[in-house]
Design a protein around this ligand. Structure first.
Ligand SMILES: Nc1nc2c(ncn2[C@@H]2O[C@H](COP(=O)(O)OP(=O)(O)OP(=O)(O)O)[C@@H](O)[C@H]2O)c(=O)[nH]1
Ligand SMILES: [Mg+2]
Length: 387
């Protein structure tokens, strides 16, 4: 995939997708001539959600090259980028409908030769029935394995909750710079941003600090693509389930992209369909990334924060905004508490809250301690140390 080169492109009108021929005679002629005129061509990509197997075969016979549609291209990209077991299983699951249509097609072909309905000796099952059954069993196995992996992940989820680190989900259109931004915010060298679609297929978590030293977890997510084929959406939206458990969503946009407005609409519509709690949807922080590519960038949206994740512009402002909202939504406060240094208060605060500053007063053995503390921890503190 990574050494594919676009040799040429053309925009042509198509007939309604369910018609047998997708192009009219004239357009088909134009296309065929164009393809024959490019001797180094190895494949043709039609930006159509799904080609029927029959149409695909007819076009491939006519043009002598592989023909991809949106579905098979996205599937191919996913396959190249899948690293974890979960991502691989999801792709295998997304391939099942494709295998099923191929089978259906094969069957109509076989039936013409009267082979498809022949029984396999002694089994009481035709060849095709057996193929369908095997496919179903395969699907069942994949779903089971995925379910197991997900259960393991929900264990992670509860741990995350107990440790009380606010969780920030970073979302956005594919290639907008999510991974680059998290890398810039956390200094995590393990992250690998790439100039390619769907570089990130798995949800990963990375720790970082906000200006007042509050530790947070940034979650990197799979990028969105408008008109992502349906079966793929289904299998991958499961990886987005965890977003519901985050404290804040950061929506990253590539504002240098010509279709940035359409991309935003597409991301917002996916977010709406994820059934997220309304407090999450209402507090989304919008980040306008890649401002280094635009001279004198002036954001049309007043609430958005302009940054360059690559060059590190605007990150402090972004962190401050994230902190402001995270403190609000998680019910945490920044307080200064006077403690007696002879007692256990200070070590309790270190354990149960985030200590930012300790200002010791040697004259009377006390300290003013600046902490970030949740309402529940503050309640416990007051009960434990009533004075
Ligand atoms: N000029 C410029 N390029 C950037 C900036 N941020 C990211 N990029 C580039 O954009 C490309 C995509 O970055 P990623 O961080 O991989 O994007 P992503 O949103 O994680 O992409 P997927 O995981 O594929 O959805 C890379 O080539 C980055 O170097 C930026 O602020 N300025
Ligand atoms: Mg990424």
């Amino acid at each position: 995939l990574h050494n594919w080169t676009v040799l040429d492109k053309i925009i042509l009108s198509t007939k309604t997708p369910d018609k047998k021929f997708i192009f009219g005679k004239g357009n088909f002629q134009i296309l065929t001539e164009k393809i024959k005129g490019l001797p180094h061509i190895t494949a043709v990509f039609l930006n159509i959600e799904r080609l029927s197997p029959l149409t695909k075969k007819e076009l491939e016979d006519a043009w002598g090259v592989t023909v991809f549609d949106r579905y098979t291209v996205v599937l191919h990209i996913f396959r190249c980028n899948a690293r974890t077991k979960e991502a691989k299983l999801q792709i295998a699951l997304a391939e099942i409908p494709l295998l099923r249509t191929n089978l259906k097609n094969e069957m109509s072909h076989l039936d013409q030769q009267r082979g498809g309905s022949r029984y396999i000796m002694g089994s009481g099952e035709t060849f095709m029935e057996m193929q369908y059954r095997l496919l179903k069993e395969k699907e069942f196995k994949i779903r089971n394995a995925l379910e197991k992996l997900r259960r393991k992940r929900s264990v992670l989820r509860t741990q995350r909750e107990r440790r009380e680190f606010p969780v920030i989900s970073v979302m956005g259109y594919t290639n907008c710079g999510k991974t680059t931004l998290i890398k810039a915010l956390t200094g995590d060298e393990g992250l690998q941003p790439q100039d390619q679609l769907f570089a990130t297929l798995d949800i990963t978590a990375h720790a970082g600090y906000l200006p007042s030293h509050l530790a947070v977890i940034y979650v990197d997510t799979i990028g969105f693509l408008s008109e992502l084929p349906h079966d793929l959406i289904e299998s991958f939206s499961a990886t987005l389930e965890d977003v519901a458990y985050s404290d804040l969503i950061v929506h990253v946009r590539d504002i240098s992209h010509p279709e940035t407005v359409l991309q935003k609409a597409s991301v917002l519509s996916v977010l709406k369909n994820l059934n997220l709690p309304s407090h999450l949807l209402d507090s989304v922080v919008e980040v306008h990334n890649k401002v280094d590519l635009i001279e004198w960038y002036q954001s049309p949206e007043t609430n958005a924060i302009a940054v360059s994740a690559l060059l590190g512009y605007g990150l402090e402002e972004l962190k401050e905004e994230i902190e402001r909202i995270v403190l609000k939504t998680t019910g945490k406060r920044i307080l200064t508490i006077k403690v007696n240094l002879a007692g256990p208060q200070l070590s309790w605060l270190y354990k149960e809250a985030t200590v930012q500053e300790v200002d010791v007063m040697p004259e009377n053995g006390t300290a003013n301690v600046k902490v970030i503390i949740s309402n529940s921890a503050l309640g416990k503190y007051k009960k434990l140390f009533p004075q």
